[in-house]
Design a binder for this molecule. Structure first.
Ligand SMILES: *[C@@H]1O[C@H](CO)[C@@H](O)[C@H](O)[C@H]1NC(C)=O
Ligand SMILES: *[C@@H]1O[C@H](CO)[C@@H](O)[C@H](O)[C@H]1NC(C)=O
Ligand SMILES: *[C@@H]1O[C@H](CO)[C@@H](O)[C@H](O)[C@H]1NC(C)=O
Ligand SMILES: *[C@@H]1O[C@H](CO)[C@@H](O)[C@H](O)[C@H]1NC(C)=O
Ligand SMILES: *[C@@H]1O[C@H](CO)[C@@H](O)[C@H](O)[C@H]1NC(C)=O
Ligand SMILES: *[C@@H]1O[C@H](CO)[C@@H](O)[C@H](O)[C@H]1NC(C)=O
Length: 453
């Protein structure tokens, strides 16, 4: 049949609308496990288009200018595989996580001279996650548990008593700006790693350190157990008496996650329950707006950098694990995960190919595009699978098979200031360039923070 002009136009339009509706949106039914898995498989596919580590001429697990982000990618992949059973990317993940392991402590030579404690710590979290979801140890290479132990051991060697009676500095090396700061992500991150190692191994070495880092944090402006405020950083020059109080969700999330593990490890101590409830309440009050996770410091002004786009994705998974480890929080947390995932799915309607944006709370695509957006979307989708699978992370007494090496990393002589004899000129030059780039970024950040205030 041949329709007259206007009709065929209209027909064409209708077909386009119907087709685009079906193809260009992640159609998420939050009550359906399969629907959530489909959504995660779409965002994880997009996420992996940015990962070139398995291609000839590229380095597995490495993102040259943002090394820590490899750990964020693998954290998302580990949970994706664990909750969906889709092992498509497992080999790439295994190779990348081993390649970057350095001497068993995630201080690989190519990057170690300009890493921050937080960068290395995140790889430690990826390693303990691999152990907790029972991703099989590699037949050659390091066990996942030993890698987490290697990060822990090298970090506690850097526990710094030159000011503020303890704490982790932000940066590892004296020539880095940020070396004289102590911050929440480095300390709250090591606290979380210690708490997870305690629960996995049952060893009090780790729980004692978790308590020590928690107590030290409380003694500084970083963490308050009355208001539950978590500040970003504090300065060694004034003996940690002042704080940079920019509000970032991952600073809250990492202390919350560590407290949830300590609660579970102690079989339900009321002290840790108080901490979990206090931090959870403040986290939700600060970063949930109209039911949806929002990085409040940078999203409204559209000033989020790559790191900051990842924060609420990390917090999504930490909230989901908290809901499992502290069962009394489950019914509080789940509705926020659900509403956030629905909004995130509506943001994944970009470029006619399900590209996800940054600002989930808009419930539409906002024009941003990148690996970080896809990692965070994957994390919020996968976090919702706890509604269907409540088994929780394993430990060595509940089926975890990763091999322990309590002294991992201890003989890596290049991992701390004290033990390192000389830094080569090449290292110095490389680090100098990065610090310079970092300093520019910092000035930029301060400029917009002030502008935004
Ligand atoms: C979606 O389209 C954008 C714009 O063409 C492109 O940059 C991106 O790589 C595409 N994503 C996927 C998963 O194909
Ligand atoms: C790299 O991984 C992608 C996605 O998993 C896969 O399609 C591709 O074949 C792999 N390439 C190589 C060289 O292994
Ligand atoms: C370090 O860099 C070299 C040269 O680019 C590369 O061959 C190697 O795979 C890199 N190692 C890591 C751990 O990234
Ligand atoms: C928790 O309970 C288990 C089983 O009763 C016990 O083996 C373990 O020692 C307890 N953990 C702590 C930290 O009290
Ligand atoms: C946090 O606690 C305050 C005071 O008890 C309460 O008003 C508020 O609703 C709580 N927030 C959430 C998200 O539960
Ligand atoms: C610890 O976590 C498990 C899930 O892994 C949960 O079943 C258990 O109830 C938690 N323990 C406590 C004391 O809440």
């Amino acid at each position: 049949m041949h329709l007259p002009g206007p009709w065929s136009l209209l027909k064409g339009l209708l077909v386009t609308l119907l087709v685009s509706d079906r193809v260009h949106a992640i159609d998420l039914d939050i009550t359906s496990e399969d629907s959530i898995k489909d959504a995660a498989s779409t965002s994880v596919y997009a996420m992996m288009t940015y990962y070139k580590g398995n291609l000839t001429g590229h380095i597995p697990g490495a993102f040259a200018s943002k090394w820590w982000e490899g750990s964020a990618l693998f954290l998302a992949l580990l949970q994706y595989w664990h909750f969906t059973g889709d092992s498509t990317y497992n080999e790439e993940m295994r190779i990348g996580m081993q390649w970057q392991a350095g001497s068993g402590d995630y201080m690989p030579n190519n990057y170690s001279s300009y890493l921050g404690n937080d960068d290395q710590m995140f790889w430690g979290l990826a390693a303990i996650m691999a152990a907790e979801v029972n991703f099989n140890d590699s037949s050659s290479g390091y066990s996942w548990l030993s890698l987490a132990q290697g990060v822990f051991n090298t970090q506690i060697n850097r526990w710094d008593k030159t000011a503020c009676s303890g704490g982790m500095r932000w940066q590892i090396w004296p020539y880095q700006s940020g070396y004289t700061m102590k911050n929440s992500i480095a300390n709250g991150g090591l606290f979380q790693l210690a708490a997870r190692l305690a629960r996995y191994t049952g060893s009090t070495t780790y729980s004692n350190w978790a308590i020590k880092i928690w107590d030290w944090s409380l003694s500084t402006p970083l963490l308050s157990n009355t208001t539950w405020n978590v500040a970003d950083s504090t300065n060694m020059e004034d003996s940690c008496s002042t704080q940079g109080n920019t509000q970032w969700s991952y600073n809250y999330g990492t202390y919350l996650m560590g407290a949830a593990y300590m609660y579970n490890y102690t079989n339900g101590s009321s002290t840790w329950l108080t901490a979990v409830n206090g931090l959870l309440n403040k986290t939700l009050d600060t970063f949930i707006v109209d039911g949806v996770l929002k990085e409040v410091t940078c999203e409204p002004s559209e000033m989020c950098n790559d790191n900051e786009i990842l924060f609420k994705g990390l917090v999504s998974s930490w909230l989901s694990f908290t809901a499992i480890l502290v069962p009394s929080t489950y019914s509080t947390i789940l509705p926020y995960l659900q509403k956030s995932a629905k909004a995130a799915a509506l943001s994944c309607t970009g470029h006619n190919n399900n590209t996800c944006g940054v600002r989930w709370y808009l419930s539409k695509y906002d024009g941003w595009i990148g690996m970080e957006e896809e990692i965070s979307a994957t994390n919020i989708f996968v976090a919702n699978l706890i509604a269907f699978q409540k088994s929780g992370p394993v430990s060595s007494s509940t089926g975890g098979t990763s091999t322990s090496d309590p002294t991992a990393g201890e003989n890596d002589t290049t991992s701390s200031t004290e033990k390192q004899s000389t830094i080569t000129t090449g290292d110095r030059a490389g680090a100098g360039i990065l610090t310079f780039v970092f300093a520019l970024g910092w000035i930029g950040l301060m400029a917009w923070t002030v502008k935004g205030a």
